[in-house]
Design a protein around this ligand. Structure first.
Ligand SMILES: *Cc1c(COP(=O)(O)O)cnc(C)c1O
Length: 352
């Protein structure tokens, strides 16, 4: 029996078109700037984001790390959301490798940052007690905040503030195309006031490996040196960049399917007595839910669901389910019936 894997959209496998493009890719030594396929991908990325240049990096984590390192020095401070991937999921790379302190401000329920909170977190200059604030980071979509979407206005309120104080803005746009598809807005509009942006090819876009960091040509030159330093200089990287080109050409608009499947899953889950979930907060492909505490533990739920061939993540103290290319409406039905069965089992175990 096949497994329905909702742990993440990173589990998506490359398409046949991607494998063919990889097999045929024209390649060269990218560390010397001589891989035509990488160069093409970087140009496509820069143009999609409306930035001067882009850099192909190994992962979203590396893109964010270089984005921060190339904007800051040791002893500086950056402002990030308390729910941010940079804070929670990147092994404190900016602190360990960059000597940079993270200043947390709360994320709103759908992931945005309040301009008042950010302004309060900006350090006054000229006071030797304070590390200087050198970067403000946003995340769109905001993974841990229900996969929430930051609108152009919500983003603009922060980049206006940044410009007022002379502080650049970085967007962790691992799933920025999910936001663009949800808002039916060109992705360029969502990042136009940001100085730098990272996005992932290997999430819902289904490419096997890789992310892009985008910004000014000078910034990207600087980031390229940092990439080499952290061991991210790849040689015939066109083999994987080729899949990324296919992803950008053909995998963006289909993200709407992931969103409508997530919507069906979300509404179905909300009907199951014993699952605590508010479908009102679901916008894209990420769903968080809790199990009514009297039924037992979340880890027990995850384990039992696994025995029903449904894999979900237990993260941040909640159950997370992510829809993606390998989850269609048949899989949603399977997940809902398996969930209802597991919950009923857990309930009768407690009563019995
Ligand atoms: C996945 C993700 C990243 C990058 O993750 P990698 O696994 O390093 O590619 C960055 N930010 C967010 C919000 C993510 O979900």
């Amino acid at each position: 029996m096949s497994v329905v894997d909702l742990r993440s959209d990173t589990v998506t496998l490359p398409t046949d078109d991607m494998r063919q493009a990889m097999a045929k890719a024209e390649v060269g030594d990218d560390v010397s700037g001589e891989d035509p396929t990488v160069n093409k991908l970087e140009e496509m990325a820069a143009s999609l984001m409306g930035k001067e240049a882009a850099l192909f990096v190994t992962s979203g984590t590396q893109g964010n790390l270089l984005g921060v390192l190339a904007n800051c020095q040791s002893g500086d401070e950056i402002i990030v959301g308390a729910n941010s991937h940079i804070f929670w999921n990147e092994s404190a790379g900016v602190s360990a490798l960059g000597g940079i302190q993270m200043h947390l401000v709360p994320n709103q329920i759908q992931g945005s940052l309040s301009p008042a909170d950010v302004e309060q977190a900006i350090r006054p200059t000229g006071n030797p007690h304070f590390p200087p604030t050198k970067l403000i980071c946003l995340e769109n979509t905001q993974n841990r905040s229900n996969g929430g979407v930051l609108t152009v206005d919500e983003t603009a309120s922060i980049w206006n503030l940044g410009h007022e104080y002379g502080i650049p803005i970085h967007i962790d746009g691992a799933r920025i195309f999910n936001a663009a598809v949800y808002l039916e807005t060109p992705v360029e509009e969502l990042v136009k006031g940001a100085d730098t942006v990272t996005f992932c090819l290997s999430k819902g876009l289904s490419a096997p490996v890789g992310s892009l960091l985008c910004g000014t040509a000078d910034f990207i030159d600087n980031a390229r040196r940092w990439r080499k330093m952290v061991g991210g200089g790849m040689r015939q990287a066109g083999v994987i960049a080729a899949a990324g080109i296919v992803a950008l050409e053909s995998m963006i608009t289909r993200l709407a399917e992931d969103h409508s499947n997530a919507r069906r899953l979300s509404e179905g889950l909300a009907q199951i007595h014993g699952i605590q979930h508010d479908p009102g907060v679901v916008q894209t492909n990420i769903i968080f839910a809790d199990i009514a505490p009297e039924l037992g533990s979340m880890t027990e739920f995850v384990e039992r669901l696994g025995r029903e061939n449904v894999k979900v993540h237990y993260v941040y103290g909640r159950i997370r389910m992510v829809t993606h290319r390998h989850i269609g409406s048949e899989e949603i039905d399977l997940v809902l019936s398996a969930t209802a069965r597991v919950i009923e089992d857990m309930r009768s175990n407690r009563i019995g």
